[in-house]
Design a protein around this ligand. Structure first.
Ligand SMILES: *Cc1c(COP(=O)(O)O)cnc(C)c1O
Length: 349
């Protein structure tokens, strides 16, 4: 057993690396509310360029980034079509409805994480005074660690476009998706990220997940969408001053932490392989850096006891609705192997 805590709760738990901290200390700063922070401006140019958009806006959180996007695309009384498990529907306190009077139209996911094209089409309301105005399709990639197929992204966004809807991608883990997609196609991750992003009118990316920055997201879109989002960000209290300190960390992450996401994906696979065959555990094959595990049969009620057993052995995971293990910059193969051993001991297997 290592003495080190092994934190598999989320890829948000990473500490900035020494090189990232150095980049933060070196960052030239200004007041970003006046548009005068060179490090923020450089980051915004970099991410917009990488993903093929005219403009980008640095955001304190992914939640605020999604909120600003939805409110930039929709007016009061409009609705956005979204998945039941999507972060910007289920996990953001209902912000679009609460703060923007924008109604969600949630749809059930298919087992691969997609929303059926026929369900999307059926949910788009005709122009009739009975209905909210269908204005936006919001997708997420990866969704619960699942990679949405590129063909699907194209089809769904073309369908939305045909009906006059804007398209937003919650790409909190877009680069995980891109790295996984690149492994399948043999292309490179940045090309894949851009190809996926270009199906959408706006894309939100988190730097504070697998990319390992302490704070921050970016919203990318046309100049027009970003100008509207900029106004909403200020209203939401997201106008930050010498934010270049944080933007420098995000920039460093884009330069150094994208391709290494493949290591997190390999570790997730290692964890899933290690847990395979334990009686009472059903492990969902990971596509990126998230492993979901369900307890079955007699073990069904034991998730609390298992999480406590893990915590007693210095391993943290979450069980909000399913047991979830997330790999990231601050876990290694030894940590994953420890977690497997501790879980095996719990099941005496
Ligand atoms: C984490 C996450 C967000 C929100 O990010 P915060 O910075 O925690 O607000 C949005 N969407 C998805 C898919 C996420 O995983």
């Amino acid at each position: 057993m290592t003495e080190k805590l092994i934190d598999l709760r989320s890829d948000t738990v990473t500490q900035p690396t020494p090189a990232m901290r150095a980049a933060m200390l070196d960052a030239p700063l200004g007041d970003d509310v006046f548009g005068g922070d060179p490090s923020v401006n450089a980051l915004q140019d970099k991410i917009a360029g990488l993903l093929g958009f005219e403009a980008a806006l640095f955001m304190p959180t992914g939640t605020q980034s999604n909120l600003c996007a939805i409110l930039a695309h929709c007016q009061r009384g409009d609705e956005y079509i979204v998945g039941q498990q999507a972060h910007c529907y289920r996990w953001e306190g209902g912000g679009a409805a609460v703060l923007g009077s924008v109604q969600p139209q949630p749809l059930a996911h298919q087992s691969d994480g997609t929303l059926a094209l026929s369900d999307i089409e059926a949910a788009i309301k005709p122009d009739d005074a009975h209905f909210a105005r269908s204005r936006l399709l919001a997708l997420e990639n990866t969704l619960g660690g699942k990679l949405l197929p590129f063909d699907y992204l194209q089809q769904a966004t073309q369908l939305a476009h045909k009906h006059g809807l804007a398209r937003h991608l919650d790409g909190a883990r877009l680069f995980n998706a891109a790295v996984a997609q690149a492994a399948q196609t043999g292309s490179d991750a940045f090309t894949e990220a851009r190809r996926m992003a270009q199906c959408f009118d706006s894309v939100s990316v988190c730097f504070s997940k697998g990319l390992g920055a302490p704070v921050g997201s970016a919203l990318c879109g046309s100049r027009d969408v970003i100008a509207r989002a900029h106004r909403i960000r200020k209203m939401a209290g997201g106008g930050m001053r010498q934010a270049g300190l944080l933007a420098a960390a995000a920039s460093h992450a884009l330069d150094h932490h994208v391709l290494r996401l493949a290591q997190d994906h390999a570790l997730a696979q290692r964890l899933a392989d290690g847990l395979a065959g334990i009686h009472g555990l059903q492990v969902e094959a990971p596509q990126t850096n998230i492993v979901f595990v369900d307890l079955t049969g007699a073990a069904r009620e034991q998730s609390g006891a298992l999480l406590k057993h893990l915590a007693d052995h210095g391993i943290q995971a979450t069980g909000l609705y399913r047991l979830r293990f997330v790999t990231h910059l601050d876990v290694d193969a030894a940590g994953v192997d420890d977690a497997v051993a501790v879980i095996r001991r719990f099941f005496h297997s």
